[in-house]
Design a protein around this ligand. Structure first.
Ligand code: FAD
Length: 670
């Protein structure tokens, strides 16, 4: 299969290990005096946006940063819990840049670009040094070394963490770097602003239209280049672990102006979330994957035990060891509870579909710490203290402080939400939407198919193929922002030094603003009966049932039709109260859901066309005898990049994936 002529990934020539070094040494530079005259717009202040903005401003560019929250510090990245990967090999357990590269390509089910993933693994170690220098308080061993733990899909310990709040600590580091530049006048920060369109002049992206969310005013902003670091679109499913405000609008508006959308259907369903509790829920909560280091996942072996637990007649602690099915350890002995997320999620669904679910809805499995709390940590403490033949109670008491130190905030969160104490009883978990591997297609420079428009972090189609390994999103976002874009953007801007700032009175700005005005007026004037959430929930159900953890052709065809008619209904019957000249969160939501109603359709079209299973994209028609994903490398070893033609109509372009440094194989964690 040949790559579409419209997709030039610009992968440097030469051996994999030398590509990035050579690129960095030969990429055109912009001299410091010229940098001062070049303006860059960054949409997003999460880890990708903040790190990019701070680094570009430090280099001397003039930067404007936009976010819809009241502070850059509130970007969704703050929610990240478990950790960030880096090939430091501090544990001396066999890690290397190549191994991180290999794990990531394999984890993504061979649907990611080799050159990008290798570069990611290469710069991973620099990220940790950068963050430590900023004062990020990573967990440390007794001797002072940085501590590591394991995440899924790997057999080494390479995950750096700060208790269960790694994202928060990393974001505080990036935020400090950003605010330093704000104080120096190099960055101008626009909080409570939402980007609602990009501005195209002579085929290049030259700015954005943003709405001041407090006053409702529309603003025009010029930039020599625009970077979208606006996060993922998991909220298309309504219920997800993402922050409520996370949305697709920035990338969707760019998509409609020419930026191709890569692999839209690749969605990550995370296996360890607090199960759905009812119809009125608007958010799901993640229990970090780090918990799978010490938590063992099981369901009862006997259907009657599962039924008794569901009906509250049996306490799980009373089920004997031999009557428990540690199904991940049974099915995947080599990786056990630390198989990748797509594999763990499907295995949980399989057990629950077979009737072994343990909560009232039958959609939950146990994540149990009792064993390691007592026999790993309790026993270690007992040995340290010379306690011979400790009792069960002693082991529990000795192990608890260690578990508390590692996972305390996550345990507290679980207890606050469910009312159950996980030190005493196993947690109940079930898979939920968590991350989107799809996003705007970008080349090696992280530029989209629109010249001058870049996408970073979760907003791009990323380095994770069809399934992201845990602790790799933070790594990718920070790699993009601190270490990649500062080099690659020079290749473009070195040709822009003669471009003077373009007046925002230019016809293209007026037109882009008018498009935004028209959409807002349309939304305000429907004056229908149903709230925005009413439609969002309906969309979420279609997506979850027909384009979620398992998909099939019939369901996807139905979903496409259902989404189209839901979209029609939305534009006839949505109710947006208040006015557009004031702070109006319902209007904000309405715009975002309008975009989800278009994106959802594309996700289903993408899922329908990919007649294979890979990573998080599990087509029921394509599975091995034992229920594993069955790839079709001969026909689908490509990135699907969709070009928007008109609503409901897209053209598919393919970027062939070539694997020259890794042997493509059936993925196995057994
Ligand atoms: C609960 C949870 C836990 C996680 N834990 C981990 C973990 O332990 N390790 C790991 O590697 N990954 C983890 N992830 C994934 C990771 O947190 C995200 O992928 C990552 O933080 C995304 O960063 P980002 O900078 O790309 O986007 P975000 O942090 O989502 O930031 C998006 C920014 O864009 C702005 N924005 C969006 N649209 C607009 C617009 N139209 N106009 C203006 N501004 C806009 C927002 O205001 C925000 O500032 C977790 C995810 C979740 C949901």
């Amino acid at each position: 299969m040949a790559t579409s002529p419209k997709l030039d990934a610009k992968i440097p020539e030469g051996p994999l290990q030398e590509k990035w070094t050579k690129f960095r040494s030969t990429v055109p530079l912009v001299n410091p005096a010229n940098k001062r005259n070049l303006e860059i717009i960054v949409v997003g202040s999460g880890l990708a946006g903040s790190s990019a903005a701070a680094s570009l401003a430090e280099l001397g560019y003039k930067v404007k940063v936009f976010c819809f929250q009241d502070s850059a510090r509130r970007a969704h990245s703050i929610a990240a819990q478990g950790g960030i990967n880096a090939a430091k090999n501090y544990q001396n357990d066999g890690d290397s840049v190549y191994r991180l590269f290999y794990d990531t390509i394999k984890g993504g089910d061979y649907r990611a670009r080799e050159a990008n993933v290798y570069r990611l693994a290469e710069v991973s170690a620099n990220i940790i040094d950068q963050c430590v220098a900023q004062g990020v308080p990573f967990a440390r061993e007794y001797g002072g070394y940085l501590s590591n733990r394991s995440f899924g899909g790997t057999q080494v310990q390479r995950t750096f963490y700060a208790a269960g709040q790694t994202g928060q600590q990393l974001l505080l580091g990036a935020y400090s770097a950003l605010m330093r530049q704000v104080a120096l006048g190099q960055v101008k920060m626009y909080t409570r602003h939402e980007m609602l369109n990009i501005v195209m002049i002579d085929g290049k992206c030259r700015g954005i239209i943003a709405r001041n969310l407090i006053t409702g005013e529309l603003e025009r902003h010029f930039g020599h280049a625009v970077i979208l670091a606006s996060g993922g679109y998991g909220n298309v499913f309504y219920l997800s672990t993402n922050a409520m405000g996370s949305n697709a609008t920035a990338i969707w508006k760019a998509h409609k102006k020419g930026a191709f959308f890569g692999n839209p259907c690749f969605t990550q369903i995370h296996p360890t979330c607090i199960p759905v509790s009812g119809e009125h829920q608007s958010k799901l909560t993640l229990m970090s994957e780090s918990l799978r280091n010490d938590g063992r996942i099981w369901v009862p072996k006997k259907l009657e035990d599962a039924k008794a637990i569901r009906e509250g007649r049996l306490n799980p602690n009373d089920i004997k060891e031999e009557d428990r099915d540690y199904y991940l350890e049974r099915r995947y002995p080599a990786f056990g509870n630390l198989v990748p997320r797509d594999v763990a999620s499907r295995a949980a669904k399989e057990r629950c579909d077979a009737g072994f679910g343990v909560n009232a809805t039958g959609e939950a499995v146990f994540l149990d710490f009792a064993y390691n709390l007592k026999y790993k940590y309790g026993m270690m403490e007992a040995n340290k203290r010379g306690i011979k033949n400790p009792t069960e109670q002693q082991l529990k008491e000795l192990g608890r402080p260690i578990v508390e130190e590692k996972y305390g905030n996550l345990f507290d969160m679980y207890k606050q939400i469910t009312g159950v104490d996980p030190y005493e009883n196993p947690m109940m978990i079930y898979p939920a939407v968590h991350y989107t591997m799809g996003g705007l297609w970008v080349d090696y420079h992280l530029m989209t198919t629109v010249p001058g428009l870049y996408a970073l972090g979760e907003a791009n189609f990323s380095d994770h193929g069809a399934n992201r390994l845990g602790a790799s999103a933070l790594m990718q976002g920070l790699a993009d922002g601190y270490f990649i874009i500062p080099y690659t953007i020079g290749a473009y801007l070195s040709n822009e030094i003669k471009t003077k700032p373009i007046s925002t009175n230019h016809e293209a700005f007026v037109q882009a603003e008018n498009e935004v005005k028209d959409q807002i007026n349309k939304l305000m004037n429907v004056k229908g009966k149903h709230s925005v959430d009413h439609f969002h929930k309906k969309l979420g159900k279609i997506m979850w049932n027909k384009c979620g953890m398992a998909r099939n052709a019939k369901g996807l065809q139905e979903a496409i039709e259902e989404i189209r008619s839901l979209r029609e209904e939305f534009w006839k019957d949505v109710k947006v109260p208040g006015s557009d000249k004031e702070f109006n969160p319902e209007l904000e939501k309405a715009g975002r859901v309008a975009d989800f109603l278009e994106l959802g359709e594309l996700m289903c079209i993408d899922a329908l066309h990919r007649n294979e299973s890979c990573g998080g994209h599990f087509r029921e028609e394509y599975q091995t005898e034992d229920g594993e994903a069955l790839r079709d490398d001969a026909n689908f070893s490509y990135v699907a990049a969709w070009e928007f033609k008109e609503l409901g109509k897209w053209e598919l372009h393919k970027e062939e994936l070539k694997f020259e440094n890794i042997k493509v194989a059936q993925r196995s964690y057994k």
